[in-house]
Design a protein. Sequence first.
Length: 540
Amino acid sequence: MAKSTHRVGSRPGSMLESVLVLGLVAIAIGDVSTQDDSRMNVLMLSVDDLRPAGVFFGDPEIKMPNIDWIAARSAVFTQAYVQAATCGVSRSSLLTSRRPDSNYVINNGECPFSTAPSHSAWQSLPEYFRAFGYNTAGFGKVFHPDVCDGAAFGERKAAWSVPYYHAPCISLGSIYNGTCYEKFPGPLPMGPGGKVTSIYSNESVDATDDTMPDGMIAVEAVKTMRELVSNGTTKDSPFFMAVGFHKPHLPHIAPAKYFDMYPLENISLPPDATRQAPKDAPAIAWNDCSEFKSYHDVSQAVKDEGFNQTKPFNDTFTRMQRRAYYAAASYTDAQIGKVLDELRSLDLLDSTVIALWGDHGWHLGENNEWAKHTAMTRANRAPLLFSHPTMKPKVITDFAEFVDIYPTLADLAGVRVPEVCDSVDMSQTSRNCTEGQTLRPIIEGGAGKPAAFSQWPKGGAMGYNIFTTLLDGSQVRYTEWVKYENHGPQWDKQVGVELYNRAEDPDENVNVVNDPNMAAEVKRLSQLLHAGWRNMTTSN
């Protein structure tokens, strides 16, 4: 685990030295662009475990003024889907633009560059920009920690031209070196594995924004942005800055002022109809909330209340957990605001593409689920926006996928867009092809994607999702749970099937796959799912 409060490498001077050799490194990597005059800076903001929140994503109860500010000048995708509802798998897919069945990452402990010999040559998203002469700098959680080259190298050495920054501890309940927020509000009550014992009660009047990891990440990102501009490096080489915030990942610790924004009695409850597992769903569809229950206050509440698929937590406990998530999300929004303020202060808005995403969705009692790790829409739909100085702001309801982020950022920044991986072999061997597509044509008014795909592993099976529309235009989620072997589905070894008409049932409370009136649609949706993403493009 990284314990230093500083960047890896010599300081001061290491960043400048890295910039001076960037040209030589880029030539060695290859594919250097000749589009220097048109290239734009890129600021990529990522937020761990952030479900769609704030006014523009349809949840104004969660106060996100800074995300709302950037959304007001962005293309906002309200139907954007991750490729899997867990941090490491989602990020591996996004950063390689390959889906889990291609990069072979289906759990958080796998590195996409080492799951097969040919993968070692793949270029990650920041590495691709570095090859085009960009100064690439990373902060906080971008790649999933400690599965590739390690925290000291930003998890992928080849991706960064500026030494990577990790805060001295992270916000996952891990201890690292015991500095940061874990001292608040006093001696840390620790349980097995060094986790804090409570999700929500560790708020503290003693904690401030900058004593917690996300505050430290924002401070370091601001400092680096200033250095890049003051040193004149952005004139010759634009920057690609990836700033990854940890909250609102569990535990939901935040300075007390963010809890004060949300009086407990004002917190909404999930609709009664969704405070149980979906009716008529296969048993494999419901996750037992193991991540959530790993905190001792929750595990005790499970015992006290008999929490299960059909028995929710009491109203007060539910409000406390929802409030804590809101507070942690608003805390991170404030840190995002600091980075955006610096971008404005340095007069960079007109020369910078901004992207913001959460790495998956999050249940807050809907479907009687807590956290992520399901095939359900709540876990797979995540915030996604792109801001470009020449684009008109708009809210886009067409489908988008997180494998689209890589080629879209290239397109918006003025860098050559990677080719589509047009075969299984190309997906495995190409250095930088994409299994998504640039969303720029959709942003500019072109035809939208007709579907999005995701998947979730459980018990030797895989739940394969297609988010699309019925023939009458109603949005649906159709899921087949099948045995998973050799990095792919065994369609003839079915475990369960789900269909939810989200136009009539937005919370996915009732599985209608066995409704006789849906038989023709089920057959059609199954064919589309089996055909897969290669046969589902805007040209179809």
